[in-house]
Design a protein around this ligand. Structure first.
Ligand code: UDP
Length: 458
């Protein structure tokens, strides 16, 4: 294809409006912008103001809940329907806004949770590229269910997943909860399957992972799910250890208390602090919260714990006062900045895919306590496939008890296995950096896309 020297290409990137989706899609937009493509993020009116990124344009669209976003909707089902209806029309307006300018939009890069955005691209005669924010393993499993080559329910005694090329040996305990308990999550399951409803019409499919991380999966499913692996979508400055001036993704749905955290971390010796966060969506039960709280205290280690405002009342009585010397509890912070700090020696995580990639890319040993959705297979990767951490055993009520947490903290920070885990962390950090660095496997895929975007004006 001929390069058109007058046209840079213009992508409109549409994330699902949650922190774990905005971050990687915004990072992708920034990366494309750094390679000369014009990039605009189109996100909901409720989330648009939480984004601040140089080199990337911002346009509001509507999910129908402009004042309060998802929290305003009566149910997930209502939200998804409303976003589809309102999102499609307002996204069209964004495309039309640029039509007669010198930078008309030639591609929509959409979160795979929003397949209707591809229909909008088709309607306007422009390219459509799906972006999957989960692991390739998880996407390939859901893809197989969608196309009927794997059927639900999956039974504990009979796990047919080994028939999927590249998918590691998952036990029943490691399955995404939408598959383990499909009847409990009908709306989420339908949404996960809808990612593939029109995917054959997409011009490009991207996944936030890299070849070495999930070897074989992408090739194994390429006919069904022709994804290009372009991850990890973690800002390169963090991978290179040059974080001065780059404070992260450039999006925060809550006010981060990062300065206070960094000041506190500065007073601690290297690798001595446990950073604990369960991401933006998980809500722990009071029982689980109590076990983690007392486990952290009894471990005797310093800890920085992100406890979201609405969960704070679930902390045990008297806990905050009792750990004043050892712990800092904040409602939100810039996670990347914390993980990159030399005082952090362990990451207790819910294993959201972004947190998993961030821990891996920054070389921090992890204790994975998955709660739901795709966090369960992610924990399997952390503990048994890449061996960059451990997953504690939960009790029969699916609660990780304090003794188990204490044992796991010891295991990754100073126990017998810790040397091997730390070595693996260094190895994976290097592999991640290589994949996304200039000329790496992910970087090459992104370059191919940039070439394509600039090659013709559709
Ligand atoms: N995050 C953050 N501050 C926090 C907790 C999380 O900036 O206090 C960011 C984190 O860096 C990650 C995202 O929020 O990029 C959460 O995404 P993930 O996929 O890990 O989990 P989710 O929130 O979707 O469950």
């Amino acid at each position: 294809m001929e390069q058109n020297k007058y046209y840079k290409g213009h992508i409109v990137v549409v994330p699902y409006p949650s922190q774990g989706h905005i971050n990687p899609l915004l990072q992708f937009a920034k990366r494309l912008a750094s390679k000369g493509v014009k990039a605009t993020i189109a996100t909901t009116r409720y989330t648009v103001e939480s984004i601040c990124a140089a080199n990337v344009g911002l346009e509001p669209i509507s999910d129908g809940f402009d004042e309060g976003g998802f929290a305003e909707a009566k149910s997930e089902e209502v939200f998804f329907k409303s976003f589809k209806a309102n999102g499609s029309s307002t996204l069209s307006q964004v495309i039309l806004k640029f039509r007669n300018t010198d930078s008309p939009v030639n591609c929509i890069v959409y979160d795979s949770f929003l397949p209707w955005a591809l229909d909008a691209a088709r309607e306007h005669g422009i390219y459509g590229a799906a972006f999957f924010t989960n692991s390739a393993t998880v996407s390939s499993i859901f893809c197989r269910i969608h196309n009927g080559t794997l059927s639900l329910p999956l039974e504990e005694e009979n796990m047919p997943l080994s028939s999927i090329a590249g998918v590691p040996p998952l036990n029943f305990r490691d399955l995404p909860s939408f598959l383990r308990l499909p009847e409990s999550y009908p709306v989420y399951l339908a949404m996960k399957l809808s990612q593939f409803s029109n995917l054959e019409k997409a011009d490009w499919v991207f996944a936030n992972t890299f070849e070495e991380l999930e070897p074989g999966v992408a090739e194994g499913v390429s006919k069904h799910w022709p994804a290009k692996l372009i991850g990890p979508m973690v800002p390169s400055a963090f991978l290179d250890g040059r974080i001065e001036g780059d404070k992260g993704y450039g999006a925060s749905l809550w006010k981060p208390l990062s300065e206070e955290c960094i000041k506190w971390l500065e007073t601690k010796v290297p690798k001595s602090v446990v950073y604990v966060s369960f991401g933006s969506m998980v809500s722990l039960t009071e029982k689980q919260m109590g076990e983690i709280a007392w486990g952290l205290k009894e471990s005797g280690k310093y800890f920085l714990w992100v406890v979201k405002e609405h969960e704070r009342h679930r902390l045990p009585n008297g806990f905050i006062e009792s750990v004043k010397e050892k712990g800092l509890i904040v409602p939100w912070c810039n996670q990347l900045e914390m993980l990159a700090h030399e005082a952090i020696g362990c990451f207790v995580t819910h294993c959201g895919w972004n947190s998993t990639l961030e821990g891996l890319s920054l070389g921090v040993p992890m204790v994975g306590i998955p709660q739901w959705a795709d966090q369960l297979p992610d924990a399997k990767f952390i503990g048994e496939i890449w061996e960059v951490g451990v997953r504690p055993q939960e009790d029969e009520k699916w609660v990780v008890r304090r003794e188990e947490l204490i044992a796991c903290l010891k295991e990754v920070m100073e126990g017998k296995r810790s040397q091997k885990i730390k070595k693996n962390c260094i190895l994976w950090r290097e592999r991640a950096k290589e994949a996304i660095g200039e000329g790496g496997s992910s970087d090459k895929r992104i370059d191919e896309f940039v070439w394509f975007l600039r090659s013709e004006k559709r």
